[in-house]
Design a protein around this ligand. Structure first.
Ligand SMILES: [Zn+2]
Length: 373
Protein backbone atom coordinates (compact mmCIF):
# COMPACT_ATOMS: atom_id res chain seq x y z
CA UNK A 1 0.00 0.00 0.00
CA UNK A 2 1.60 3.27 -1.14
CA UNK A 3 0.91 6.17 1.21
CA UNK A 4 1.23 9.93 0.91
CA UNK A 5 4.50 9.88 2.88
CA UNK A 6 6.10 7.45 0.39
CA UNK A 7 5.25 9.77 -2.48
CA UNK A 8 6.52 12.76 -0.49
CA UNK A 9 9.92 11.00 -0.23
CA UNK A 10 9.98 10.54 -4.02
CA UNK A 11 9.05 14.19 -4.62
CA UNK A 12 11.67 15.42 -2.16
CA UNK A 13 14.36 13.47 -3.98
CA UNK A 14 13.54 15.69 -6.95
CA UNK A 15 13.12 18.95 -4.99
CA UNK A 16 14.51 18.82 -1.41
CA UNK A 17 12.64 21.16 0.92
CA UNK A 18 15.97 22.74 1.90
CA UNK A 19 15.98 24.43 -1.54
CA UNK A 20 12.87 26.51 -0.74
CA UNK A 21 13.25 30.21 -0.03
CA UNK A 22 13.03 30.99 3.68
CA UNK A 23 9.58 32.62 3.68
CA UNK A 24 7.98 30.05 1.35
CA UNK A 25 5.41 27.41 2.27
CA UNK A 26 6.15 23.97 0.86
CA UNK A 27 5.50 20.35 1.72
CA UNK A 28 2.37 18.44 2.69
CA UNK A 29 -0.06 21.26 3.39
CA UNK A 30 -3.46 19.59 3.51
CA UNK A 31 -4.40 16.08 4.60
CA UNK A 32 -2.36 13.33 6.21
CA UNK A 33 0.86 11.47 5.48
CA UNK A 34 -0.59 7.97 6.16
CA UNK A 35 -3.36 8.34 3.56
CA UNK A 36 -3.20 5.47 1.01
CA UNK A 37 -2.83 6.72 -2.57
CA UNK A 38 -4.21 4.91 -5.60
CA UNK A 39 -4.44 7.91 -7.88
CA UNK A 40 -2.89 11.37 -7.83
CA UNK A 41 -3.44 14.54 -9.80
CA UNK A 42 -0.69 16.98 -10.82
CA UNK A 43 -1.78 20.60 -11.22
CA UNK A 44 -0.28 24.09 -11.18
CA UNK A 45 -2.43 25.07 -8.18
CA UNK A 46 -5.63 24.24 -6.33
CA UNK A 47 -8.84 26.06 -7.22
CA UNK A 48 -12.45 25.05 -7.76
CA UNK A 49 -11.79 23.74 -11.28
CA UNK A 50 -8.95 21.55 -10.02
CA UNK A 51 -11.14 20.41 -7.11
CA UNK A 52 -13.78 19.30 -9.62
CA UNK A 53 -11.13 17.33 -11.53
CA UNK A 54 -9.85 15.74 -8.30
CA UNK A 55 -13.40 14.65 -7.46
CA UNK A 56 -14.09 13.31 -10.95
CA UNK A 57 -10.76 11.45 -11.02
CA UNK A 58 -11.08 10.32 -7.40
CA UNK A 59 -7.57 11.59 -6.69
CA UNK A 60 -6.25 10.84 -3.19
CA UNK A 61 -3.37 13.28 -3.50
CA UNK A 62 -2.87 16.54 -5.41
CA UNK A 63 0.69 17.58 -6.27
CA UNK A 64 0.85 21.31 -7.03
CA UNK A 65 3.36 24.10 -7.61
CA UNK A 66 1.62 27.09 -5.97
CA UNK A 67 1.09 26.60 -2.21
CA UNK A 68 -2.66 26.47 -1.42
CA UNK A 69 -1.97 28.39 1.83
CA UNK A 70 0.60 31.12 1.42
CA UNK A 71 -0.23 34.09 3.61
CA UNK A 72 -1.58 33.46 7.13
CA UNK A 73 -5.33 32.87 6.99
CA UNK A 74 -7.41 35.43 8.88
CA UNK A 75 -10.49 33.21 9.01
CA UNK A 76 -11.83 29.82 7.87
CA UNK A 77 -15.07 31.01 6.29
CA UNK A 78 -16.31 28.51 3.73
CA UNK A 79 -18.77 30.87 2.06
CA UNK A 80 -16.13 32.78 0.05
CA UNK A 81 -12.71 32.48 -1.50
CA UNK A 82 -10.47 29.45 -1.68
CA UNK A 83 -11.14 28.33 1.90
CA UNK A 84 -14.27 26.61 0.61
CA UNK A 85 -12.08 24.55 -1.74
CA UNK A 86 -9.63 23.67 1.03
CA UNK A 87 -12.44 22.70 3.41
CA UNK A 88 -13.96 20.43 0.79
CA UNK A 89 -10.59 18.74 0.15
CA UNK A 90 -10.27 18.15 3.91
CA UNK A 91 -13.77 16.75 4.26
CA UNK A 92 -13.17 14.43 1.28
CA UNK A 93 -9.84 13.29 2.77
CA UNK A 94 -7.74 14.39 -0.20
CA UNK A 95 -4.19 15.53 0.54
CA UNK A 96 -2.30 18.39 -1.11
CA UNK A 97 1.47 18.54 -1.46
CA UNK A 98 3.14 21.74 -2.74
CA UNK A 99 6.64 22.16 -4.12
CA UNK A 100 7.19 25.77 -4.96
CA UNK A 101 10.53 27.61 -4.80
CA UNK A 102 12.26 24.32 -3.91
CA UNK A 103 11.12 23.03 -7.33
CA UNK A 104 12.21 26.29 -9.01
CA UNK A 105 15.71 25.92 -7.57
CA UNK A 106 16.13 22.13 -7.81
CA UNK A 107 18.47 20.64 -10.42
CA UNK A 108 16.10 19.48 -13.16
CA UNK A 109 13.28 21.64 -11.72
CA UNK A 110 11.28 24.56 -13.11
CA UNK A 111 14.08 26.87 -14.22
CA UNK A 112 16.22 24.07 -15.63
CA UNK A 113 13.19 22.84 -17.57
CA UNK A 114 12.51 26.32 -18.99
CA UNK A 115 16.20 26.88 -19.83
CA UNK A 116 16.25 23.54 -21.67
CA UNK A 117 13.04 24.30 -23.56
CA UNK A 118 14.39 27.74 -24.57
CA UNK A 119 17.52 25.98 -25.88
CA UNK A 120 20.17 27.50 -23.61
CA UNK A 121 23.59 25.92 -23.28
CA UNK A 122 26.05 26.12 -20.39
CA UNK A 123 23.20 26.52 -17.90
CA UNK A 124 24.03 27.34 -14.26
CA UNK A 125 22.24 28.76 -11.20
CA UNK A 126 22.20 32.51 -10.57
CA UNK A 127 20.75 35.04 -8.17
CA UNK A 128 19.42 34.72 -4.65
CA UNK A 129 18.24 31.34 -3.43
CA UNK A 130 18.34 29.11 -0.44
CA UNK A 131 21.40 28.50 1.70
CA UNK A 132 22.42 24.86 1.74
CA UNK A 133 24.56 23.62 4.61
CA UNK A 134 26.84 20.59 4.78
CA UNK A 135 27.65 17.95 7.37
CA UNK A 136 30.75 15.80 7.64
CA UNK A 137 30.20 12.06 7.72
CA UNK A 138 32.97 9.82 9.06
CA UNK A 139 32.55 6.07 8.65
CA UNK A 140 34.88 3.23 9.60
CA UNK A 141 35.18 0.54 6.93
CA UNK A 142 37.20 -2.72 6.98
CA UNK A 143 40.19 -2.79 4.64
CA UNK A 144 39.14 -3.64 1.08
CA UNK A 145 35.62 -2.20 1.28
CA UNK A 146 36.35 1.54 1.37
CA UNK A 147 36.01 2.15 -2.37
CA UNK A 148 32.70 0.42 -2.64
CA UNK A 149 31.31 2.33 0.34
CA UNK A 150 32.62 5.64 -1.00
CA UNK A 151 31.13 4.96 -4.44
CA UNK A 152 27.69 4.24 -2.99
CA UNK A 153 27.81 7.37 -0.80
CA UNK A 154 29.01 9.53 -3.72
CA UNK A 155 26.19 8.27 -5.94
CA UNK A 156 23.73 9.34 -3.23
CA UNK A 157 25.20 12.87 -3.15
CA UNK A 158 28.22 12.77 -0.81
CA UNK A 159 31.57 14.39 -1.60
CA UNK A 160 30.20 16.76 -4.21
CA UNK A 161 31.40 20.33 -3.98
CA UNK A 162 31.77 22.92 -6.74
CA UNK A 163 33.09 21.19 -9.85
CA UNK A 164 34.37 18.11 -8.00
CA UNK A 165 32.77 14.90 -6.87
CA UNK A 166 33.98 11.82 -4.99
CA UNK A 167 35.84 14.23 -2.65
CA UNK A 168 36.84 12.24 0.45
CA UNK A 169 39.74 11.46 2.77
CA UNK A 170 40.84 7.95 3.68
CA UNK A 171 43.00 7.18 6.71
CA UNK A 172 44.23 3.89 8.17
CA UNK A 173 43.89 2.64 11.71
CA UNK A 174 42.88 -0.18 13.99
CA UNK A 175 39.33 -0.78 15.10
CA UNK A 176 38.43 -2.92 18.12
CA UNK A 177 35.22 -4.62 19.13
CA UNK A 178 33.92 -7.67 20.95
CA UNK A 179 30.86 -9.39 19.48
CA UNK A 180 28.30 -10.11 22.23
CA UNK A 181 25.93 -13.10 22.40
CA UNK A 182 23.28 -12.71 19.68
CA UNK A 183 25.63 -10.92 17.27
CA UNK A 184 26.32 -12.20 13.75
CA UNK A 185 29.73 -10.63 13.15
CA UNK A 186 31.26 -10.10 9.67
CA UNK A 187 34.70 -10.83 11.25
CA UNK A 188 35.64 -12.37 14.60
CA UNK A 189 33.63 -14.53 16.93
CA UNK A 190 31.21 -14.00 19.78
CA UNK A 191 32.88 -13.24 23.12
CA UNK A 192 36.40 -12.56 21.75
CA UNK A 193 37.97 -9.08 21.55
CA UNK A 194 38.90 -8.39 17.93
CA UNK A 195 41.35 -5.96 16.33
CA UNK A 196 40.72 -5.14 12.67
CA UNK A 197 42.56 -2.97 10.14
CA UNK A 198 40.05 -0.32 9.09
CA UNK A 199 39.90 2.76 6.89
CA UNK A 200 38.51 6.00 8.25
CA UNK A 201 36.49 7.46 5.38
CA UNK A 202 35.45 11.08 5.70
CA UNK A 203 33.46 13.13 3.26
CA UNK A 204 31.02 16.04 3.19
CA UNK A 205 27.32 15.74 2.47
CA UNK A 206 24.70 18.42 1.76
CA UNK A 207 22.30 18.38 4.74
CA UNK A 208 19.28 17.52 2.62
CA UNK A 209 21.07 14.45 1.19
CA UNK A 210 22.16 13.04 4.57
CA UNK A 211 19.48 10.37 5.02
CA UNK A 212 19.94 9.13 1.43
CA UNK A 213 23.73 8.98 1.84
CA UNK A 214 23.53 7.10 5.17
CA UNK A 215 21.03 4.63 3.70
CA UNK A 216 23.30 4.04 0.68
CA UNK A 217 26.31 3.57 3.00
CA UNK A 218 24.48 1.02 5.16
CA UNK A 219 23.37 -0.95 2.11
CA UNK A 220 26.95 -1.74 1.02
CA UNK A 221 28.80 -1.65 4.36
CA UNK A 222 29.69 -5.22 5.44
CA UNK A 223 29.28 -4.65 9.19
CA UNK A 224 26.14 -5.51 11.15
CA UNK A 225 26.63 -2.44 13.40
CA UNK A 226 28.23 0.31 11.37
CA UNK A 227 30.34 2.87 13.28
CA UNK A 228 29.85 6.34 11.85
CA UNK A 229 29.70 9.96 13.02
CA UNK A 230 27.88 12.96 11.61
CA UNK A 231 29.40 16.36 12.41
CA UNK A 232 27.53 19.62 11.81
CA UNK A 233 29.74 22.08 9.89
CA UNK A 234 29.75 25.84 10.14
CA UNK A 235 31.51 25.99 6.77
CA UNK A 236 30.99 25.59 3.87
CA UNK A 237 27.52 26.98 3.31
CA UNK A 238 26.50 27.57 -0.27
CA UNK A 239 23.75 29.65 -1.70
CA UNK A 240 21.97 27.72 -4.43
CA UNK A 241 20.60 30.34 -6.85
CA UNK A 242 16.98 29.81 -7.76
CA UNK A 243 17.26 31.23 -11.30
CA UNK A 244 19.20 29.87 -14.25
CA UNK A 245 21.51 31.61 -16.68
CA UNK A 246 22.96 30.27 -19.90
CA UNK A 247 23.91 31.19 -23.44
CA UNK A 248 22.38 30.99 -26.89
CA UNK A 249 24.47 29.09 -29.45
CA UNK A 250 24.56 32.25 -31.59
CA UNK A 251 23.79 35.87 -30.65
CA UNK A 252 20.30 36.77 -31.85
CA UNK A 253 18.43 40.10 -32.15
CA UNK A 254 16.03 40.50 -29.21
CA UNK A 255 12.90 40.57 -31.40
CA UNK A 256 13.88 37.36 -33.16
CA UNK A 257 14.78 35.73 -29.84
CA UNK A 258 11.34 36.71 -28.47
CA UNK A 259 9.58 35.04 -31.41
CA UNK A 260 11.70 31.92 -30.98
CA UNK A 261 10.91 31.71 -27.25
CA UNK A 262 7.20 32.24 -27.98
CA UNK A 263 7.33 29.30 -30.38
CA UNK A 264 9.43 27.02 -28.14
CA UNK A 265 7.34 27.64 -25.03
CA UNK A 266 4.07 27.59 -27.04
CA UNK A 267 2.91 30.96 -25.69
CA UNK A 268 -0.04 32.77 -27.31
CA UNK A 269 1.75 36.12 -26.83
CA UNK A 270 4.95 37.47 -25.28
CA UNK A 271 5.77 41.05 -24.25
CA UNK A 272 9.22 42.50 -24.81
CA UNK A 273 11.02 45.32 -22.97
CA UNK A 274 14.12 46.61 -24.79
CA UNK A 275 15.31 47.46 -28.31
CA UNK A 276 14.22 44.64 -30.64
CA UNK A 277 17.29 44.89 -32.88
CA UNK A 278 19.87 44.60 -30.09
CA UNK A 279 21.69 41.26 -30.03
CA UNK A 280 21.28 39.02 -27.00
CA UNK A 281 23.45 36.08 -26.10
CA UNK A 282 23.38 35.52 -22.35
CA UNK A 283 19.89 34.69 -21.10
CA UNK A 284 18.53 34.51 -17.53
CA UNK A 285 15.37 32.56 -16.70
CA UNK A 286 13.07 32.82 -13.66
CA UNK A 287 9.68 31.15 -14.10
CA UNK A 288 6.62 32.78 -12.54
CA UNK A 289 6.93 36.28 -11.18
CA UNK A 290 10.64 37.06 -11.43
CA UNK A 291 11.07 40.64 -12.59
CA UNK A 292 12.61 41.58 -9.22
CA UNK A 293 15.53 39.40 -10.30
CA UNK A 294 16.51 41.79 -13.09
CA UNK A 295 19.31 43.39 -11.03
CA UNK A 296 20.84 40.00 -10.15
CA UNK A 297 20.47 38.91 -13.78
CA UNK A 298 22.22 42.07 -14.99
CA UNK A 299 25.00 41.53 -12.43
CA UNK A 300 25.39 37.96 -13.70
CA UNK A 301 25.94 39.40 -17.18
CA UNK A 302 22.53 38.59 -18.70
CA UNK A 303 21.40 40.52 -21.78
CA UNK A 304 17.79 39.48 -21.25
CA UNK A 305 15.66 38.01 -18.43
CA UNK A 306 12.82 35.67 -19.39
CA UNK A 307 10.06 35.72 -16.73
CA UNK A 308 6.40 36.60 -16.11
CA UNK A 309 4.24 39.21 -14.38
CA UNK A 310 6.35 42.18 -15.49
CA UNK A 311 4.74 45.39 -14.21
CA UNK A 312 5.15 48.96 -15.46
CA UNK A 313 7.73 50.15 -12.93
CA UNK A 314 9.91 47.04 -13.23
CA UNK A 315 9.84 47.41 -16.99
CA UNK A 316 10.94 51.07 -16.80
CA UNK A 317 13.74 50.11 -14.38
CA UNK A 318 14.95 47.40 -16.74
CA UNK A 319 15.10 49.88 -19.63
CA UNK A 320 17.14 52.16 -17.40
CA UNK A 321 19.51 49.34 -16.38
CA UNK A 322 20.00 48.20 -19.95
CA UNK A 323 18.69 44.67 -19.49
CA UNK A 324 15.93 43.41 -21.75
CA UNK A 325 12.88 41.59 -20.33
CA UNK A 326 10.72 38.97 -21.95
CA UNK A 327 7.34 38.49 -20.26
CA UNK A 328 6.13 35.03 -21.23
CA UNK A 329 3.30 35.00 -18.64
CA UNK A 330 3.25 33.53 -15.14
CA UNK A 331 1.40 30.48 -16.41
CA UNK A 332 4.48 29.36 -18.37
CA UNK A 333 4.97 27.42 -15.13
CA UNK A 334 2.31 25.01 -16.40
CA UNK A 335 5.30 22.94 -17.64
CA UNK A 336 5.25 21.74 -14.02
CA UNK A 337 2.31 19.46 -14.84
CA UNK A 338 3.78 17.24 -17.60
CA UNK A 339 7.32 17.38 -16.16
CA UNK A 340 6.38 16.29 -12.63
CA UNK A 341 3.87 13.74 -13.94
CA UNK A 342 6.59 12.17 -16.12
CA UNK A 343 9.03 12.13 -13.19
CA UNK A 344 6.48 10.40 -10.94
CA UNK A 345 5.51 7.81 -13.58
CA UNK A 346 9.19 6.88 -14.01
CA UNK A 347 9.76 6.72 -10.25
CA UNK A 348 6.64 4.60 -9.65
CA UNK A 349 7.55 2.21 -12.48
CA UNK A 350 11.03 1.70 -10.96
CA UNK A 351 9.49 0.90 -7.59
CA UNK A 352 6.65 -1.16 -9.09
CA UNK A 353 4.09 1.01 -7.31
CA UNK A 354 0.57 0.92 -8.67
CA UNK A 355 -0.31 4.59 -8.42
CA UNK A 356 -2.02 6.29 -11.34
CA UNK A 357 -0.74 9.75 -12.28
CA UNK A 358 -3.24 12.14 -13.88
CA UNK A 359 -2.47 15.57 -15.34
CA UNK A 360 -4.83 18.48 -14.81
CA UNK A 361 -6.39 19.84 -18.00
CA UNK A 362 -7.25 23.26 -16.55
CA UNK A 363 -6.27 26.32 -18.65
CA UNK A 364 -4.26 28.47 -16.26
CA UNK A 365 -3.92 31.72 -18.21
CA UNK A 366 -6.72 34.03 -17.01
CA UNK A 367 -5.95 36.70 -19.67
CA UNK A 368 -7.35 37.16 -23.16
CA UNK A 369 -5.32 39.59 -25.29
CA UNK A 370 -7.34 41.65 -27.76
CA UNK A 371 -5.68 43.80 -30.38
CA UNK A 372 -3.09 41.50 -31.96
CA UNK A 373 -3.55 41.06 -35.71
ZN1 LIG B 1 4.32 30.80 -9.80
Amino acid sequence: MVRVRDIVDVLEELAPRAFALRDDSVGLMIGRSDKPVRRLLVALEVDRWVLAEAEAEEADLLVVHHPPIFRPLADLRTDRGNVAVLARLLSEDRSVYAMHTNYDAAPGGMNDVLARRIGLVNVRPFGPGSEVGYVKVVVFVPEGHAREVLRAMAEAGAGHIGNYDHAAFLGRGTGTFRPLPGADPFVGEVGRLEEVEERRLETIVPEERLSRVLAAMRRVHPYEEVAYDVYPLREPRREVGLGRIGELETPTPLGEFAREVKRRLARPTVRVVGPLEREVRRVAVVGGSGSSWAVAAREAGADVLVTGDVGYHRAREALDMGIALLDVGHDVEAVFVPEVAAYLRRAFAEREWEVEVRESGVTWDPFVTIGCG
